[in-house]
Each structure stands twice: as C-alpha cells, then as structure tokens.
Design a protein around this ligand. Structure first.
Ligand code: BT5
Length: 247
C-alpha cells in the first residue's frame, strides 16, 4: 500500500472481514500513524510501517499476554540481523540504539463482544528517513537506521526478516524463552530510577527504581519506601533524571 492512515487500522478492518492468520500490511507512508495512548507515530516515506494479523489457536493463548514482548524481540532481532547494530529494548516495547528511539510496537485486539478474535501487531522502524524532518521534540530522542548502518538499506529486506522472526517467536517458542530473550535485550529494566504515571487519571505520579521483568511480562519496580509493585503497559514510565523519554 502507498499511503494509509495507519496500517493497524487497515489490519483491524481486514480482521473483521475474516482475513487469515499471517496477513501482512505494509505502507510507504502513514498519515495517522499511532503509538500507545493515542500518541502520534511519525511516518514519512523511508520508514518501515507494517502490521501483521494473528489468530491464536487454542494452544497458543498462553503467549497472547507476551505478544508485545515477542513482537519487540522479533523486530529487534530483525534489525540486528540486517544491520549488526546494537539494538536494545525499553520496556514495554520500544527499540533503541545508542540511547535513541529507533522503532516501536503497537499491539491491538480485534474484538467480537468481549472476546478478542484476532490480534494486530504494528511495527514501525525508522530506516531511511531524515532525522531533521521529525518534529523537534521527536528529533531530539529519535534516530534512523541509515545514520548508523550502510546507506541504501532496503526496508522490505528488514520487513521480511521481521515477519520470519515474528512467526518463529509466535509459533515455536515457549513463554519462558520469550521472557529470557526479552530480558537479555532489555535496557533500563534493572536499577534505573524512573517516574511512574499510573493508569487512571486521578492517580498521583511516583518515583521508583526498576527491578527487572516479571514472569507475566510486567516491569517490577521498587518504591522509595521499599514496596515492590509490578507495572503494566498502561502505566507511563519516564526516566527520572530530567530526561522525559517515555519507555
Ligand atoms: C510506539 O508508541 O512506539 C509504537 C509505535 C508503533 C508504530 C507502528 S507503525 C505501523 C503500525 N501502524 C500504526 O499506526 N502504528 C504501528 P509509543 O511508545 O507510545 O511512542 C510514541 C512516541 O514516540 C511519540 O509520542 C514520540 O515521542 C515518539 N515518536 C513518534 N514518532 C517517532 C518515530 N518515527 N521515531 C522515533 N520516535 C517517535
């Protein structure tokens, strides 16, 4: 597809029409690319914007909760394989290299009543765009693959690699293996001071230190009074050192 509002929207529409497991949607450009919490995902031509439709079999339901994690692992491994860059994951599912954001993952469900009948994994990776073209607040924290790797990277080569890895991590790996690989690639998940804005508008933000990834995929944090909590992707997490990168 050339230009769409969001590949996730297209995939969700096709999910409703019965498109099969593994359907892939790739766009050159998105006019309304989305991140989590309705944030905007800058999607000019040159980047990779793709969504994959997954229909879990009964015996695969155990990994749905880890879908964001395994998708981020698949995307990171695809970039590592195609560029040999040191790609790290910031919980819950952002791709970073050298402290700058390179890509992100947005997983959404297609529901019939209360039950999810399909899931959409949306992956955005900056490849050949110009960093200067990002809005200033994004430019400060973002990077593109072509700034670190050989010129003329083919985004479809990366896409093919992402899809192959995604299929492997989804079909062939156990939850424990997914978590182990996520922990291996994770950056800032242990011993980092963060600021947490809990879900629910009335809740007060608080400071904490990261203490690792829990077995259900949540982020374990320790509060200043020693209490331990587990955060989930609805909680907004920022570094506490004045840099307000959201992770
Ligand atoms: C994400 O959200 O990182 C998930 C991004 C998923 C995008 C893909 S593209 C294909 C599919 N179709 C869609 O519509 N979406 C998916 P989040 O963690 O909420 O991060 C969003 C924040 O990242 C923004 O508020 C900006 O600060 C920053 N940002 C926006 N565009 C960026 C870019 N191109 N590169 C790096 N950072 C960016």
């Amino acid at each position: 597809m050339d230009r769409v509002v969001s590949t996730n929207d297209v995939a969700l529409e096709y999910a409703k029409k019965g498109a099969p497991h593994g359907s892939l949607f790739i766009a050159t450009e998105q006019t309304g690319g989305r991140g989590r919490f309705s944030r905007r995902w800058e999607s000019r031509p040159g980047g990779l914007y793709l969504s994959v439709l997954l229909r879990p079999r009964r015996d695969e339901r155990d990994r749905v909760a880890l879908l964001p994690h395994l998708s981020a692992v698949a995307a990171a491994e695809a970039v590592i394989e195609t560029t040999a860059l040191d790609v790290r994951l910031r919980w819950p599912n952002d791709l970073y290299t050298k402290g700058l954001k390179l890509g992100g993952v947005l997983c959404e469900g297609s529901f019939r009543g209360d039950e999810a009948e399909a899931f959409v994994v949306g992956i955005g990776i900056n490849v050949n765009q110009r960093v200067e073209d990002f809005p200033a607040d994004v430019e400060r924290r973002a990077t593109v693959l072509s700034a670190h790797a050989r010129a003329g990277l083919d985004r479809l080569d990366i896409a093919a690699c992402v899809v192959t890895r995604l299929e492997t991590w989804w079909r062939l790996r156990e939850p424990a293996q997914i978590l182990a690989r996520f922990r291996e690639l994770a950056e800032g998940a242990t011993g980092h001071a963060i600021q947490v804005q809990p879900r629910g508008a009335q809740s007060e933000p608080y400071g904490a230190v990261t203490r690792g990834i829990a077995d259900d995929g949540g982020l374990i944090v320790e509060l200043d009074d020693g209490e331990e909590r587990i955060l989930y992707s609805e909680d907004v997490v920022r570094l506490r050192d004045g840099d307000d990168r959201r992770r």
